[in-house]
Ligand binder design. Sequence first.
Ligand SMILES: CC[C@@H](C(=O)O)C(=O)SCCNC(=O)CCNC(=O)[C@H](O)C(C)(C)COP(=O)(O)OP(=O)(O)OC[C@H]1O[C@@H](n2cnc3c(N)ncnc32)[C@H](O)[C@@H]1OP(=O)(O)O
Length: 300
Amino acid sequence: MAVFLWRNLFQTTKARMLQQRRASLYNGAHDYDEELIKKKLQQFAGGSINLSKEHSGIGILTLNNSRLMNAFTGTMMLELQERVTELENWKDGKGLIICGAGNTFCSGSDLNAVKAISNSQDGMNMCMFMQNTLTRLMRLPLISIALIQGKALGGGAELTTACDFRLMTPGSEIRFVHKHMGLVPGWGGAARLVRIIGSRAALQLLSRAHGVDPERALHLGLSEGTLSSSDETGSLEEARAWLSQYTEGPASVIQAVKKVVTAGRELPLEAALRTEKDVFGTVWGGPANLEALTRRQKHK
Ligand SMILES: CC[C@@H](C(=O)O)C(=O)SCCNC(=O)CCNC(=O)[C@H](O)C(C)(C)COP(=O)(O)OP(=O)(O)OC[C@H]1O[C@@H](n2cnc3c(N)ncnc32)[C@H](O)[C@@H]1OP(=O)(O)O
């Protein structure tokens, strides 16, 4: 009976939390027409977003458009949304590494597409589409890393801020080039950057639009560390090893850890406390908890 009640509570709470995570920032009430922008984005094809889910519970999401330095075409934006949905449903997932193919991260939006949708309605719809997707990415119950090799420019720099951590390879660069394009970030990059490095440093990075090298990023708290390897395979291996120190343990517990931190980061205190209570309810008396009680482990 107790197990039945626990399972019931667990399923209900989990379903409610999944629904909250997927809830879009923008919908029809904000003059947002998702179907319209999806049709538009479909016209700018090229590249792909590949996801491989490893047995360890670490997913590798690769931006793949080497010809254009992994710039985001319209279809890549659509694929990113699909991959995020797939990750939201990954029960055994614990961590995620986002990287670019061919030794570079991402050079932002595909400028050919940007030019073609430079009217206000398309621009706003694209902005809302990407904010919705990157907000869901940030809220995934997975511990995420942006592995930055080569360049992360414009929208590519914004994407790095939707991850929990950033690791950089020697010689790499994060650069919010928007000012030079007569723009500001629109994929949520400014709001997230302020939360990561504070408003003064964010103002400096956005208003000067200079590149941030690994040393400066480390100093600003934008990057967690500089890897020793700069080649694709070696740096991915290092990033995996770095991430695995945080993903050791059952997926249900790692996911719960990420959920309570997300709530603490995003919600007012009382709402965050209530979410923490709900998440606590999903692990209390759960398999990992009962096993730990049986083991009577000492934390010396
Ligand atoms: C809403 C807008 C904003 C956002 O979404 O937030 C953006 O992201 S706008 C895009 C911002 N990015 C840029 O402006 C990048 C411009 N490109 C460069 O600065 C350079 O290409 C580079 C990325 C620094 C690489 O330089 P380099 O190593 O010398 O290579 P190439 O310049 O020869 O590049 C190879 C090839 O790739 C094309 N390329 C690169 N980035 C883009 C891009 N974002 N969109 C379209 N095409 C891109 C580049 O033009 C070259 O192609 P060819 O000229 O055909 O050889």
